[in-house]
Ligand binder design. Structure first.
Ligand code: F6P
Length: 363
């Protein structure tokens, strides 16, 4: 069997534990040695107790827990060559040449860079006498498989990322709660949801929670959005609705690229319509709590497939990402996904909204 290490990186998400569990158990089942790396890339750079052997029982009783039991971090040290050199040494010390990275596109891009640098890092370690030439020759490269853990569902190449479904569950529960109080007081509520530069959570929530209006970054509203919004809210009220729900993605912008914040929307509604309006920012509640059945299964399936993919890799294999595509687990080249994800951002920066939406639409 091979020696594998698994780590979670970047913002956490519900279902990461399920993926970790699955990697550990599938790895052990196939005769591999599996290590945890605590605190993401930081633990890889710092080494020591951060890298520890996992056993079958160390992942019992975690599938139902939100977050990640092995910790996660956004790490600046790993962005520097010195940091990657330390990480390389720490892995080699334990004969780890197979990595499973659970994180967002930044974390996966980092993994790709690490693989590219590996041969040079080996040379440097040999030159400084830290490792022998034999050791370098025995471990000529590192095999990497990624899984996307993020509530944002902002990664091209997979239909769903681990955590999105649970976040949606949190959001619609919160909106249902807001609706009941809004109803009593005939209020309008502007609810801000997460998603960074991606409108997926906002859009799907809008459908699932029967919102009157949704603002997302990929499709900014027409310049006269204030009038359009107010007309729509008035119509809903005229039809007997006692409340309004407006969803604003945290990354929402107008056609000039200026932020459309929940507070701004509230001011528009208050000034133009004089409706009693409140803002609710859901924040990190969306990223917490128990993972849904969907995310638990997604983590299980992706984790198992990640180990199977590693087992088939050679030193020449390029990193891949495990994706869900039409309910099948598939392996997609990591850099292809990262490049497509970056293309969405580029289209948005260029105000090419049609292109942004088109790129987002393809899994
Ligand atoms: O990527 C997940 C996410 O929750 C985004 O939706 C949000 O913009 C960001 O992370 C918040 O980051 P932090 O947890 O560092 O405040």
């Amino acid at each position: 069997g091979r020696t594998i290490a698994v780590f979670t990186s970047g913002g956490d998400s519900q279902g990461m534990n399920s993926a970790v569990r699955s990697v550990v158990r599938m790895g052990i089942y196939l005769g591999c040695k599996v290590y945890f790396i605590n605190e993401g890339y930081q633990g890889m750079v710092d080494g020591g107790d951060n890298i520890r052997l996992a056993d079958w029982n160390s992942v019992s009783d975690i599938i139902q827990k939100g977050g990640t039991i092995i910790g996660s971090a956004r790490c600046s040290d790993f962005r520097k060559p010195e940091g990657r050199l330390k990480a390389c040494f720490n892995l080699l010390e334990r004969e780890i040449t197979n990595l499973v990275c659970i994180g967002g596109d930044g974390s996966l891009t980092g993994a790709n860079q690490f693989r590219k640098d590996w041969p040079d890092l080996l040379k440097e370690l040999v030159a400084s006498g830290k490792i022998t030439q034999e050791k370098a020759d025995a471990n000529p490269n590192i095999q990497i498989v990624g899984m996307v853990g993020s509530i944002d569902n902002d990664f091209c190449g997979t239909d769903m990322t681990i955590g999105t479904d649970s976040a949606l569950q949190r959001i619609i529960e919160a909106i249902d709660a807001v609706v009941s109080t809004a109803q009593s007081h005939q209020r309008s509520f502007v609810v801000e949801v997460m998603g960074r530069h991606c409108g997926y959570l906002a859009l799907v929530t809008g459908l699932a929670a029967e919102a009157d209006f949704v603002f997302i970054p990929e499709w900014p509203p027409p310049v006269n959005w204030r009038e359009i919004l107010c007309t729509k809210l008035q119509q809903q009220r005229a039809e007997g609705q006692r409340l309004n729900i407006i969803i604003v993605a945290e990354g929402a912008i107008d056609r000039d690229g200026n932020p459309i914040t929940a507070e701004l929307v509230k001011d528009v509604v208050t000034e133009k319509l004089h409706y009693d309006t409140r803002v609710t920012v859901l924040g990190h509640v969306q990223r917490g709590g128990a993972p849904s059945a969907f995310d638990r299964l997604l983590g299980c399936r992706m984790g198992a497939e990640a180990v199977l993919a590693l087992m088939e890799m050679t030193v020449d294999s390029l990193p891949c990402v495990i994706s869900i595509d039409g309910n099948q687990m598939v392996r997609v080249p990591l850099m292809q996904c990262v490049e497509r994800t970056q293309a969405v951002q580029k289209a948005m920066n260029e105000k090419n909204w049609e292109r942004a939406v088109q790129l987002r639409g393809r899994s």
